[in-house]
Ligand binder design. Structure first.
Ligand code: ADP
Ligand code: MG
Length: 601
């Protein structure tokens, strides 16, 4: 006896529903996407009991004919693709013809729909995949679909749903993901007879304001900076938050071709643009929209998945970082070191873009320390400092300048006069067009020295200073292995150690940033910090050594400085790619904006 049988459609649909419709929010998504595909201009969403009793979507889109209304609930019935090839040129949200049959397998549906060309509409009732009735009816053009008692016939699924609060939150998040893409369509969201959102047609920024403006401060959208980039591969636009808008939680959205997506890799690209501007737990808000040829992405992964595969992610990464960074550069705390209107040349992405996308280094004269020779006239100094910048970098190597200063010629720099003043306690203040800038002098110095050391390390040579009289270093047998592992890095950064006996060394040279400080103390600090850390990643260790050295060498807080010293310090500081915080995440620069100052009076 043969045992294989075809499943009845109702059963097959119920199985499919398990995949496509997992919760009220997935049902809402499918219905609203259908309305979008139908060309609606106004979409009303109503839910009751977090969608468990009712999800209703009313649109003024194209509507359906009498036959289509019924066909729509058949499995794999779709008006959107005809052959497999079409899958690669999708311009609609739906295409699988799975949503309505899945929904009608697990809920009770009532739908009215009418096309503009029809005099009468049609009303259809379906429950558990069974058509209950279909009749002509009077109704406006468009489609009005009610999904009642979701999972009424699948008790296990119904029980699996979360609390009303959680499911409502899911519904709202899903709704947000859609409305943020379509500011030219009016949306209303009503939950249990209460209007949650009433979003008129507007600009994209107004839509963001409409969605988040209520919960966030009024300043929300004024803290967003527009981004815009067009390459042959991809168009990127949208908004990112200024560093001061970052918080522990932030609204972060990526969209591609009108679809919300999660993309951890691109998320990293965005965060990279904020390097040095935010401490690690602060998150910037962003709303970033990608437009890309449909064949460059694969959305066919899974109907409920929000991860989307890109064919050329590695090429997009640096473009994204550069775009965000350029936009942020325009709003730097010191306006005089602004990006030049953000018109940075970004190469058209190609396979080797990653290789060439290295940020140009800012070359500092090695070992320069503004505090070594306080009498020296600063501005003459500075010419040597930024000497290498005089030769324009090859534009095809630049994807993003490492710092705003890298964009400026030396001449512009010497024209900057910040008129810094020292406050008691070791802070420096200066005024700019944007407001009052306060700088933590010691941390600024740590930052400057740290970056000097790092760029020396990258250049492969620490600048050392020979000692006339070598200092002695003694290490105990248990310290010996640690020192052995550190030795190559230490020599790299400018130390020279000669072993004279087991556990005994002569320090014959030390990094010149240390000046005439005690070499042994600095070495001990490096060793004790390194011992606390388990990392053996060489890059990490290098950074770590550089930081410890910078901290040992930096001036103490509260030291008196001349105006020229402060001027030199600020100019060097603001030339750094990450001047706002120290490498270990401490605040270096505080900006009190004009508005903030005004608010205090
Ligand atoms: P898909 O959207 O993948 O084609 P669905 O099951 O979601 O599959 O919908 C099936 C078909 O029903 C659609 O292709 C479309 O022709 C029609 N349809 C569904 N909802 C609407 C609507 N709101 N307005 C007009 N037509 C609709
Ligand atoms: Mg659909």
């Amino acid at each position: 006896m043969d045992v294989i049988r075809l499943l009845p459609d109702s059963v097959a649909n119920q199985i499919a529903a398990g995949e496509v419709i997992q919760r009220p929010a997935s049902c809402l998504k499918e219905l609203v996407e259908n309305s979008l595909d139908a060309g609606a201009h106004n979409i009303l969403v109503m839910v009751r009991d977090a969608g468990k009793s009712l999800i209703q979507v009313v649109d003024d889109g194209a509507g359906m004919s009498v036959t289509d209304a019924r066909m729509a609930f058949e499995r794999h019935a779709t008006s959107k693709i005809r052959e497999a090839q079409d899958l690669f040129h999708l311009h609609t949200m739906g295409f699988r013809g799975e949503a309505l049959p899945s929904i009608c397998a697990v809920a009770q549906i009532k739908m009215t729909t009418r096309r503009a060309t029809d005099e009468m509409g049609t009303q259809l009732e379906i429950a558990g995949s069974m058509v209950q009735s279909q009749e002509p009816c009077q109704c406006p053009v468009g489609t009005n679909i009610q999904v009642q008692n979701l999972f009424f016939n699948v008790p296990a699924r119904r029980r699996f749903l979360k609390s009303d609060q959680t499911e409502l939150r899911n519904l709202i998040t899903t709704f947000q993901h859609i409305v943020l893409v379509y500011p030219d369509i009016a949306f209303t969201f009503v939950a249990d007879d209460e209007i949650v959102y009433d979003l008129p047609v507007g600009t994209r920024k107004q839509r963001i304001e409409g969605v988040f403006g209520k919960s966030k401060s009024k300043l929300y959208t004024s803290q967003l900076v527009e981004i815009e980039q067009q390459t042959e591969l991809v168009t990127i636009h949208g908004f990112v938050g200024k560093p001061e808008s970052a918080g522990k939680q932030a609204q972060q959205f990526f969209f591609v071709n009108g679809r919300y997506m999660r993309h951890p890799y691109f998320h990293k690209a965005v965060l990279q643009a904020y390097t040095g501007m935010l401490s690690s737990e602060m998150m910037p808000p962003y709303f970033i929209y990608f437009d890309i040829a449909p064949e460059q992405i694969d959305v066919n992964v899974h109907p409920t998945k929000t991860e989307i595969k890109f064919a050329d992610e590695q090429a997009i990464f640096p473009i994204l970082t550069a775009t965000v960074r350029a936009a942020l550069g325009k709003f730097n705390v010191v306006p005089s070191i602004d990006f030049l209107g953000g018109n940075i040349e970004i190469p058209v992405a190609s396979a080797d873009v990653r290789a060439t996308a290295k940020a140009p280094e800012l070359h500092m004269s090695s070992g320069y320390n503004p505090f070594d020779k306080p009498k020296q006239h600063v501005s003459s100094h500075w010419q040597d400092l930024y000497e290498p910048l005089k030769q324009p970098a090859k534009p095809d190597n630049i994807i993003i300048p490492d710092s705003p200063a890298a964009m400026q010629s030396v001449k512009d720099w010497t024209e900057i006069t910040l008129h810094p003043q020292q406050l008691s306690g070791g802070y420096i203040s200066c005024t700019t067009d944007e407001g009052l800038v306060l700088v933590h002098a010691r941390r600024a110095h740590v930052n400057i020295l740290y970056h000097q050391l790092i760029s020396q390390q990258q250049a492969g040579r620490g600048v050392s200073q020979q000692l006339l009289f070598p200092e002695q270093l003694r290490v105990s047998p248990d310290e010996q292995p640690l020192l052995d592992t550190l030795l190559p890095e230490l020599e790299h950064i400018g130390f020279q150690l000669e072993k004279t006996a087991p556990g005994e060394y002569d320090i014959t040279a030390l990094p010149s940033v240390l000046g005439n400080q005690n070499a042994e103390t600095a070495l001990r600090a490096i060793m004790s910090h390194a011992a606390d850390r388990t990392t053996d990643i060489s890059g990490e260790m290098q950074k770590h050594i550089a930081l410890t050295l910078a901290q040992s060498a930096a001036m103490p807080m509260g030291k008196t400085m001349s105006e020229q010293q402060m001027q030199a310090m600020l100019q060097q500081l603001f030339a750094l790619p990450s001047y706002r915080i120290t490498p270990d995440g401490k605040t270096v620069v505080v900006l009190l904006t004009q508005e903030e100052i005004a608010r205090r009076f």
